[in-house]
Design a protein around this ligand. Structure first.
Ligand SMILES: Nc1nc2c(c(=O)[nH]1)N[C@H]1C(S)=C(S)[C@@H](COP(=O)(O)OP(=O)(O)OC[C@H]3O[C@@H](n4cnc5c(=O)[nH]c(N)nc54)[C@H](O)[C@@H]3O)O[C@H]1N2
Ligand SMILES: Nc1nc2c(c(=O)[nH]1)N[C@H]1C(S)=C(S)[C@@H](COP(=O)(O)OP(=O)(O)OC[C@H]3O[C@@H](n4cnc5c(=O)[nH]c(N)nc54)[C@H](O)[C@@H]3O)O[C@H]1N2
Ligand SMILES: [Mo]
Length: 770
């Protein structure tokens, strides 16, 4: 290789960059305008040639020999390599069989997952489009693992989640106006590193520092001290997990008892305060929700709660509630109660004040929107009515025809024969993985596209190797980022990997719908087509609007932000009649007659303290916080350098308080076993005072690596906390994921340490391929 290739622009969910593949190595430079680039970029190099990559199409031998059907051997049988033409014929035949015999309502195509940043090769959009066109539809999933409860409760009590989470208080306004920020669940910088579709500037650290230097006070309410960066200068109140609702009630009670709540705001902008106040003050149940009541529940002192309440009124206060609080039993409650506390303080809709759900969870929040977003791929029309709230997947697979409640109605689970997944990793993201495995054993056929041998790929019947983002051309854009990125190809595809689009185009051809699927466009032509909507919008506003060829040649295009208008809450505050909210009263809903009318004991008509079922017991005395990993996005590129450097002896790190470790004879660096009655996993212990006593913190993301030979129930030897979490909905209202918290015991692991095999291609594969 004589001339070095040029650095070309590309993008990832954790940041824009330029890169080149040079002498067998990836050279990568973060976007030069990014004040705080993410270390997750360090995982990118491994993406290209790691042995965990899937090199060719593979079919599970048992499925080939015995045909489609329920099979508990999924995940432990060997694979047979196949040529592309052969495997596409086989798969097209299976899709035809299932469609004819059982109809599209027997195909689950929810395919939840983050996949990659490019807007065209967005795997989930590709699967949905393909299934709609080729089969007429599929059983879909609604809402997300991120915000299952809020997506349902927020529109009923305030506004659609996107409005509250993305078009609300900005970091600029916080740096300038906010006096005190009560951050429930924190705003860890590890989280805001990530933004779907890409991000060019990580502004959170600088904004928090600017606010702090101006004199803003940050109060962190969280079991982990590092849920706010040192730059925020926060005071830490280590609340007991899943008791925030009780704390918020007590703060509100203290305000009301002292006459410090904003009655004028409540009268003008809210509905149902009176009903709620009867509950708050104990007039309905004889129990005032005061600080003395909340102290033993939350693990804080009554004095600390009262003192905090008195710091709030008369100042520009901001209440932030993280996604994590609602990824737990009764997750609707803290989201709702956080809004009510903010309403009682009367700052909602003012610059830098009020209520923000999920601020800092992603690099999308606290920003302005861009004026002209790039179009998304049209997914076509789905004729199938059946759906599930996304985290009910195992329930559906195990109980065809079973009834479930959701948002005021009753539904039945579809009878699923075929599951199609591309761009997600349910063996990472779903709770109680050992149960999920039993669910997947029930279907006829599981099809997975991925670039690497994740546990999901290992459990599939047909595995198709997908390119990684740097192996293809795409267009990067997010509605909260000012750059449109022409994403150039950095390296040739690994092995025989193909783009998801190319795989679906090959299947569409075999199923007689090639033209409908591709619309006769090449990849380049699709990119130009998606970009065109943004270009014409720019042109209409008299802004620079280069054509696609120019964008492709000249690199990232900066487009202007829309003004910071404070979103719907500001508009509502300014004129509550003209800008009424789309809630049942047109106002902020403190008591909801509609929700009360559903008669759900797990989600009553106003925010309520409900005692969680999953609390520590003698057998499982510690609370596990299974939060997002700092060194990767979910399970993606777990084999990358940044992720690997943070592991110890190849295992994910579980952090715990030194007192809890000492009581168990655990030293820093020891391999420990975390267990409860659902499962067990190994991890490496790290002792730190940043974790409150009684808490252990094992983030998600380590690839599930079951030692099926283990004497007891399967043991994940690598540290995936989802073998421990409980597969149960937030409530009958939203049925959201509750994976953030559970109860466990931890002990030193004695005996022979089983090796981590998570990144080795399936063991029998090599033999079969020889
Ligand atoms: N216990 C617990 N569990 C949780 C959470 C928690 O807090 N606690 N958080 C939940 C949340 S918020 C979320 S969003 C989920 C995330 O869960 P997922 O989105 O499923 O996680 P990822 O690891 O990002 O999975 C993406 C997969 O897509 C693959 N991929 C990437 N690009 C492409 C592509 O172009 N084509 C194809 N075919 N594949 C591609 C990657 O290799 C990877 O395997 O996890 C949830 N799970
Ligand atoms: N680096 C990185 N960033 C990410 C992701 C990733 O995988 N990696 N995933 C992205 C995605 S998809 C999403 S949805 C967001 C998720 O955003 P979040 O759900 O907010 O993120 P988590 O890290 O799961 O949780 C944040 C913190 O909440 C605290 N917490 C947990 N339970 C409680 C509780 O009951 N009370 C209180 N007060 N605090 C509690 C924990 O200490 C935890 O560190 O993150 C995004 N950002
Ligand atoms: Mo998420």
């Amino acid at each position: 290789m004589a001339d070095a290739a040029p650095f070309l622009p590309h993008s990832s969910h954790w940041g824009n960059f330029t890169a080149r593949w040079h002498e067998g190595r990836l050279e990568l430079r973060p976007h030069p305008g990014d004040p705080d680039p993410s270390p997750i970029l360090g995982n990118m190099a491994a993406a290209l040639r790691h042995p965990a990559r899937i090199a060719r199409p593979m079919v599970r031998r048992g499925w080939l020999e015995r045909g489609p059907g329920p099979d508990a051997r999924r995940g432990s049988e060997e694979f047979v390599p196949m040529e592309w033409d052969q495997v596409l014929d086989l798969l097209a035949g299976e899709l035809r069989r299932v469609k004819e015999a059982h109809g599209p309502q027997s195909v689950f195509g929810g395919s939840y997952g983050w996949s990659s940043a490019g807007r065209f090769h967005h795997a989930q959009s590709q699967v949905h489009r393909f299934l709609n066109i080729a089969l007429g539809g599929y059983v879909r999933s609604v809402n997300s693992y991120s915000a299952g409860a809020s997506a349902v409760i927020l529109p009923r009590i305030a506004a659609p989640m996107e409005q509250i989470s993305r078009r609300n208080v900005t970091w600029d306004a916080i740096a300038r106006h906010t006096d005190i920020i009560l951050s429930f669940g924190g705003m860890a910088l590890k989280n805001s590193m990530v933004a779907s579709g890409g991000i060019s500037q990580h502004v959170e650290r600088g904004s928090m520092q600017a606010a702090c230097e101006r004199g803003a006070e940050f109060v962190l309410i969280s079991p982990l001290r590092d849920d706010l960066p040192v730059e925020a200068g926060a005071e830490w109140l280590p609340v007991r997990p899943n008791t925030d609702t009780a704390l918020m009630l007590a703060l509100t009670h203290t305000l009301v008892a002292a006459g410090l709540h904003d009655r004028a705001f409540l009268d003008r902008y809210t509905a149902g305060w009176d009903v709620f106040e009867d509950y708050l003050m104990g007039r309905t149940d004889g129990q005032p929700k005061d600080a003395a009541w909340a102290a033993p529940i939350t693990g804080l002192t009554a004095e600390a709660i009262t003192a905090l309440a008195h710091r709030l009124p008369g100042r520009r206060s901001l209440i932030t509630v993280s996604h994590s609080l609602q990824r737990a039993e009764f997750g609707e409650q803290p989201v709702w109660m956080g809004m009510v506390l903010a309403a009682a303080l009367g700052q909602i809709g003012l610059p830098g004040g009020g209520y923000h759900y999920s601020l800092g969870a992603l690099g999308h929040t606290g920003r302005r929107m861009v004026a002209t977003p790039v179009a998304a791929l049209n997914q076509g029309k789905n004729s199938v009515r059946e759906f599930i709230p996304v985290a009910r997947i195992t329930d559906m697979l195990l109980n065809p025809g079973g009834r479930y409640d959701y948002d005021g109605k009753e539904y039945a689970y579809a009878d699923i024969k075929l599951v199609y997944w591309a761009g997600g990793n349910p063996f990472h993201h779903h709770q109680d993985i050992n149960r999920l495995r039993r669910g997947f054993a029930r279907v006829d056929t599981l099809i997975v596209h991925d670039s690497a041998w994740t546990a999901t790929a290992r459990h599939a019947d047909i595995v198709l190797p997908a390119t990684v983002t740097m192996e293809r051309e795409d267009i990067g854009a997010a509605p909260t980022d000012p750059l449109i990125i022409p994403m150039h190809r950095i390296a040739e595809p690994y092995g025989e990997a193909r783009d998801d689009f190319a795989i679906f185009a090959g299947l569409a051809e075999r199923l007689g719908c090639s033209e409908a699927f591709t619309e006769g466009r090449s990849v380049r032509e699709w990119l130009a087509f998606l970009y065109e909507s943004a270009r014409t919008a720019l042109e209409a506003r008299g802004l620079p609007a280069p054509d696609f060829e120019t964008l492709w040649r000249e690199g990232p295009l900066e487009i202007p932000f829309a003004e910071d208008d404070g979103g719907v809450l500001r508009a509502f505050r300014e004129d509550p009649e003209a800008n009424a909210l789309h809630t049942e009263s047109g106002r902020l809903q403190i008591f909801s007659p509609t929700i009360a009318g559903f008669n759900y004991p797990d989600c009553p008509g106003h925010p309520t303290w409900l005692e969680p079922v999953d609390v520590p017991t003698a057998e499982a005395p510690l609370r596990l916080v299974a939060n997002q990993p700092a060194t990767k996005l979910h399970s993606q590129l777990d084999f990358g350098a940044t992720s690997q450097e943070a592991k110890r002896r190849g295992r994910e790190v579980v952090r715990m308080n030194p007192a809890d470790a000492e009581a168990r004879g655990i030293a820093d660096g020891d391999i420990v076993r975390l267990f409860n009655n659902r499962g067990a996993c190994l991890a490496a212990a790290q002792l730190t005072e940043a974790v409150a006593p009684g808490i252990v913190n094992l983030p998600t993301g380590a690839w599930y690596d079951p030692d099926d030979a283990a004497a007891e129930a399967p043991l994940c030897v690598h540290g995936n906390p989802n073998v421990l979490t409980r597969d149960f909905g937030t409530s009958r209202l939203a049925q959201g994921c509750t994976g953030q918290l559970t109860s466990v015991q931890v002990e030193r692991f004695e005996g022979n340490l089983p090796p981590v095999r998570a990144y080795e291609p399936p063991a029998a594969l090599a033999a079969a391929a020889e």
